[in-house]
Design a protein around this ligand. Sequence first.
Ligand SMILES: Nc1nc2c(ncn2[C@@H]2O[C@H](COP(=O)(O)OP(=O)(O)OP(=O)(O)O)[C@@H](O)[C@H]2O)c(=O)[nH]1
Length: 203
Amino acid sequence: MSGQRVDVKVVMLGKEYVGKTSLVERYVHDRFLVGPYQNTIGAAFVAKVMSVGDRTVTLGIWDTAGSERYEAMSRIYYRGAKAAIVCYDLTDSSSFERAKFWVKELRSLEEGCQIYLCGTKSDLLEEDRRRRRVDFHDVQDYADNIKAQLFETSSKTGQSVDELFQKVAEDYVSVAAFQVMTEDKGVDLGQKANPYFYSCCHH
Ligand SMILES: Nc1nc2c(ncn2[C@@H]2O[C@H](COP(=O)(O)OP(=O)(O)OP(=O)(O)O)[C@@H](O)[C@H]2O)c(=O)[nH]1
C-alpha cells in the first residue's frame, strides 16, 4: 500500500480489550481471530479501497492501542483524522466512560472529525441479553447530542461491521461533494458548526 493515496484518515479509539483490532480484522480480512488476546502496542495501519456509487474511496485506518499507557501516542494518531470510530464494549460500562473521554478530546481538538460510536461484541447479547451494560437509548441520546452516529457491531458474526465502514466512506463522499458545491458558490466553510454541515452526514 505504500505510496497509495488515502482519501479518509480513520482512527480507531477506545479502551483496551473493547475489540478495535477485531473490528478492523473483520472489515479488512473478513475474519475473526480466536486465540489469546494480544493487546495492540502503539498503533497499526491498514488501507482499504472501497466503492461508494461509482467512486473509489481509500480508507486509511489507524488502529490505536487502548491501554492508558499509550494515551499520548493515540493523540498523535487522531491528528487530522476525518473520522473517528470510538468503540466501547456493550458488556462493559467502564468502556463507555472511556469512549466519552475520547469524544470530549476530539470535540475540543479535532472539530473537523466526524465521530462514529461503536458498541462492540453484540453477539454476547444475543447469547444472553442480561450481559448488556450500556443502554442503547442512553447512547443514542448522547450520540444525538454530540452529532455522532451509533452502530452496534459484532466482529465475531460480522453484524453491522461493513455498514459502519461503508457509512464512513459515504459521509466522506457527501461532505466532499458539499464542500465542492459551497466552494463553487462561495459559501464560507469556516462555519462548520452550522447544522447543515452535519445534516449532510448525519442521518
Ligand atoms: N464475542 C466477541 N468477542 C470479541 C469481539 N470483538 C473482540 N472480541 C474479543 O475481545 C478481545 C479483545 O479484542 P481486540 O480486538 O484485541 O481489542 P482491542 O480493542 O484492539 O484491544 P487493545 O489492542 O488492547 O486496545 C479478544 O479476545 C477478542 O477475541 C466480538 O465482536 N465478539
